[in-house]
Ligand binder design. Structure first.
Ligand SMILES: *Cc1c(COP(=O)(O)O)cnc(C)c1O
Length: 428
């Protein structure tokens, strides 16, 4: 595979962007490779500047449930763009998307749009702290909630991939009210509640963990969290930045039947443009300025282009889509597991609908400890084997593979064939 142009551009990028990229996991550092610079993408495929084409499983890390550049989004964006790209004043699109979100997730009686998932989570805990007049929050080891200071404690995704679970530059004071529990381990939460009775403003959780790779919640885990929170008047915040509109049109809260007090959204809600949102019960969200005293603002919040892409995206979520995505996810998961078995490679494949992660470990993966028992060097070799065969998986062991409506069973079968060949190289 020729990568001359990407290599040359990376050298140039290293001289202007820290690490040559604008977000850490893009750098391919943990898989021992140089990043590919992408020229264009369409459907399930991306193409780099050297002309190499790949079946894409990063899909912009989740937003692209309908695939790259769906014609409807492109048309709608072109039409809206002609009318102006930002007003700094209300536009009808914000109301429309807000109502759409509420129709899909009824627990969101009021919603505030922001521009990223990071803004959504940091604002949601501000509301929770104001509503409860408490400071402490509980998060789970390996859950990622964006890069705001209070969450950079035992965070997942890039922070885990790059081995810096806690970042320098975060003052001890900003994270001293962050308590850390183990995902899928209710006792660890009970212990924190026992030691901090009446002091915990919120428990924030990815209802389906996606930033240590995919780890679905154990039976009853979220239900019991809900009960613990209610009993101590603590707010339960679901970070559905990945699972929202992906686990189902109504998110993880719909399929798993646990209703949080506040929900954080991102990724799919912007259909590939920068959008985040947080919302919940009206009495909580009416604390947000200007309805209430909790300050939060954004120059580009509710941006007309972003709202347009989000609306198109949410207006095309059908039961048929989720059935299709689930069948693709099951096909990919089974194919990867079979390939590993035949190559005698220890592999655990976790999946939830269109989210799939192959973990290179012989232990069932149900939490941070078991996820991090994975052999990341083996994943790195597997990654390079796939890239060489026209498949672009996430450049980290600890991320979900994302399927979209644009992927076909044939794409998945090609991926499995590539995985078989790559696995054979591993066992040698
Ligand atoms: C991606 C992600 C975020 C952060 O969203 P950004 O838009 O990258 O700021 C927060 N929470 C979860 C669960 C995520 O996966």
């Amino acid at each position: 595979m020729k990568t001359t142009r990407s290599s040359r551009l990376f050298t140039r990028a290293l001289n202007i962007l820290p690490g040559g990229v604008d977000s850490p996991v893009r750098a391919f550092k943990s898989v021992g490779a140089s990043p590919l610079f992408i020229r264009r993408a369409s459907g399930a495929y991306i193409e780099d500047i050297d002309g190499n084409r790949f079946i894409d499983y990063v899909m912009s890390w989740g937003p692209l449930i309908h695939g790259h550049a769906p014609r409807g989004v492109i048309k709608a964006l072109a039409a809206v763009t002609r009318g102006g790209t930002s007003f700094g004043a209300p536009s009808p699109l914000e109301v429309e998307l807000g109502e759409r979100v509420r129709a899909l997730m009824p627990s969101i009686e009021r919603v505030r749009f922001v521009s990223s998932g990071t803004e959504a989570t940091m604002s949601a805990i501000r509301v929770a702290r104001a509503a409860t007049r408490r400071d402490k929050i509980v998060k789970f080891e390996g859950c990622y909630h964006g890069h705001a200071d209070p969450f950079l404690v035992k965070a997942g995704s890039g922070a885990l991939t790059l081995g810096t679970p806690t970042s320098p530059g975060v003052p001890a004071a900003s994270s001293s009210d962050t308590l850390v529990a183990s995902y899928n381990d209710l006792e660890s939460v009970v212990r924190l509640f026992d030691a901090n009775r009446g002091k915990i403003a919120a428990v924030i959780v990815e209802p389906i963990a996606g930033n240590i790779g995919v780890v679905p919640p154990a039976d009853g885990f979220l239900q019991r969290l809900r009960q613990l929170c209610t009993a101590d008047r603590t707010l339960l915040i679901f970070d559905e930045v990945i699972s929202g509109f992906r686990a189902s049109a109504g998110g993880a809260q719909e399929v798993l039947r646990v209703i949080p007090d506040l929900t954080c959204l991102g990724k799919i809600i912007g259909g590939g443009l920068p959008v985040g949102a947080y919302g919940g019960r009206a009495n909580l969200m009416d604390l947000v300025s200007p309805a209430g005293p909790v300050y939060q603002a954004g120059t580009l919040s509710g941006n007309p282009l972003a709202m347009t892409a989000g609306l198109w995206c949410l207006n095309h979520l059908t039961p048929k889509l989720y059935a299709y995505l689930a069948s693709l996810g099951a096909r990919l998961a089974a194919g990867l597991a079979d390939a590993a078995r035949d190559a005698e490679v220890a592999l655990q494949v976790n999946a939830f609908g269109s989210l799939v992660t192959p973990f290179f470990t012989d232990r069932p993966v149900r939490d941070y400890a078991s996820a991090t028992s994975s052999d990341t060097a083996l994943y790195a070799r597997f990654f390079r084997g796939l890239i060489a065969r026209g498949v672009y998986p996430p450049p980290s062991q600890f991320e979900a593979w994302f399927l979209s409506a644009a992927h076909t069973p044939r794409d998945v079968d090609k991926t499995i064939a590539a995985a078989r060949a790559a696995m054979k190289e591993l066992s040698r």
